[in-house]
Design a protein around this ligand. Structure first.
Ligand code: ATP
Ligand code: MG
Length: 155
């Protein structure tokens, strides 16, 4: 079925933000509702995983930014934090099950290493892509690109 990715981001970030006292989450949304064909519940799970990572791995920075943009073919959203960052040599492994960055700061932060593997599985099953850009001690941006109508790829 189709739904508005703009409205899903707005409601998910809103509800999640209510539960977070340590960080401010800024949302940049287009006027277009950005209708996409996808499993809304699963895309919501991806948004929540990325938000929880952004907050968990930025204990020293209080600002998260979520941006959505779209053209007729693709919708793109990103979650940016100003936290611990990720070494470049870990970028590929991040999306595999049970992998956690070997960093003493991070070892004190709980998790099972499944969130990003689940995100990748969901996004790729929709014919989309998820990627990361990051700088150690500066922060990370996770970007999701979804085809607006990928009905041949998922069912
Ligand atoms: P889970 O999500 O299953 O509770 P997790 O957060 O450790 O556990 P993933 O979400 O898959 O697992 O993330 C894998 C690893 O990638 C994390 O352990 C962390 O080392 C690193 N990571 C993920 N997101 C960020 C981020 N925004 N900033 C810095 N490191 C991150
Ligand atoms: Mg996680």
């Amino acid at each position: 079925t189709s739904f508005s990715l703009r409205d899903l981001l707005a409601s998910t970030v809103d509800a999640y933000g209510e539960t977070v006292e340590t960080h401010r989450i800024d949302l940049e949304l287009p006027e277009d509702p950005v209708l996409i064909f996808a499993d809304e519940h699963k895309i919501k799970q991806v948004i929540l995983n990325l938000l929880s990572n952004a907050i968990k791995y930025s204990p020293q920075a209080d600002h998260i930014r979520v941006i959505l943009s779209a053209n007729p073919e693709q919708a793109t959203f990103s979650v940016t934090d100003h936290g611990l960052g990720i070494p470049q040599n870990a970028f590929e492994k991040l999306f595999t099950k049970f992998y956690r960055v070997d960093n003493s700061d991070i070892r004190k932060i709980g998790g099972t290493g499944l969130g990003l593997a689940i995100c990748k599985e969901i996004i790729e099953s929709h014919g989309g892509a998820i990627s990361v850009e990051s700088e150690i001690n500066d922060g990370s941006t996770f970007t999701v690109v979804l085809e607006r109508d990928p009905r041949k790829e998922w069912n």
